[in-house]
Design a binder for this molecule. Structure first.
Ligand code: PPS
Length: 292
């Protein structure tokens, strides 16, 4: 594991961010989108890697034959990333010759570069219920030195409720993207819980949004490859070789379930969380399932 210090959060235009996702901000904001770019957006820990792999299999499976060793973050580049020793996401994307470019982002909707809207790019947003997010995010931040130190579970839960984690408030993130969906027709909004419950049905809806019609055989193959158990043992997506993550603390492909929060929340924490949730989401029409 890499021995660098963990980054500090700071206020970035009203959103808690770190250097790793803001250092290249001028290039991010001036990024020139191509009309066929496809954005895969989400709050952290919502299933972005799952969607990214599905998208990579849909678009690049044939050409990837020669490049089997490419990891998911080399297949779907993260727009805002400026990681130590790696080229910034914008530079890697500018060099990409493939079409469409698949682009990952965790940015809140108002941070997405203007060019993507001007070019009417297609966007897939995947959302996951807040309780499972906070558990997944806590375990992730314990194991990766690329994020700030999470501290103990109880204080972490409170910081989540206050919107003080990296990439800001989950409540604002999901509500902001959901509002945008009401006026922007090229945004396909998906839920992690639906993907778990009916992966095939969600794949069909996704293909219909993208205008793709893979054969039944290809779809079966994709469904097999993107099953949690398969992805967990696949080095393309499981992050097992990433030296900034300590799998002895927690694996990247951790549980992949809806409702794992029940193993972490006390009754009192759940009551407080529900109260805060009701208040924060009172103006949103978004509905999440915390169990299926
Ligand atoms: S990141 O680092 O923010 O991009 O993380 P992200 O990929 O968005 O989310 C990671 C969580 O998604 C789970 N995951 C899956 N669940 C079910 N099936 C499949 N195939 C799958 N792939 C990824 C992953 O396990 C993380 O959730 P938790 O709850 O921690 O297990």
């Amino acid at each position: 594991m890499d021995s660098r210090n963990r980054p500090e959060l700071f206020d970035f235009h009203g959103v808690p961010m770190t250097r790793e996702y803001t250092e290249n901000w001028v290039d991010v904001q001036n990024f020139k989108a191509r009309p066929d770019d496809i954005i895969i957006a989400s709050y952290p820990k919502s299933g972005n890697t799952w969607l990214s792999y599905i998208m990579d299999l849909l678009y690049n499976e044939e050409t990837r034959g020669r490049e089997k060793s490419l990891k998911i973050f080399q297949r779907v580049h993260m727009l805002e990333s400026t990681f130590h020793l790696l080229e910034p996401g914008t530079e890697m994307l500018n060099k990409l010759l493939i079409s469409p470019r698949l682009i990952k982002t965790h940015l809140p909707v108002h941070f997405l570069p203007k060019s993507f809207w001007d070019q009417n790019c297609r966007i897939i947003y995947v959302a996951r219920n807040a309780k499972d997010i906070v558990v997944s995010y806590f375990n992730f931040e314990r194991m990766t030195i690329l994020h700030p130190e999470p501290g103990d579970w109880s204080s972490y839960l409170h910081r989540f409720m206050e919107g003080k984690l990296l990439f800001g408030s989950w409540y604002d993130h999901v509500s902001g993207w959901w509002r945008r969906k009401q006026t922007y027709p090229h945004l396909h909004f998906m839920f992690y819980e639906d993907l778990i419950e009916d992966t095939k049905g969600e794949l069909d809806k996704l293909c219909s949004f993208l205008g793709l019609s893979p054969s039944d055989e290809d779809k079966e193959e994709i469904l097999h490859k993107v099953h949690f158990d398969e992805m967990k043992k696949n080095e393309v997506v499981n992050h097992a070789t990433v030296d900034t993550m300590d799998f002895k603390i927690s694996p990247f492909m951790r549980k992949g379930k809806v409702g794992d929060w029940k193993n972490h929340f006390t009754v009192a924490q759940n009551e407080e969380f529900d109260k805060v949730y009701k208040e924060k989401m009172k103006n949103s029409t978004l509905c999440f399932r915390t169990e299926i």
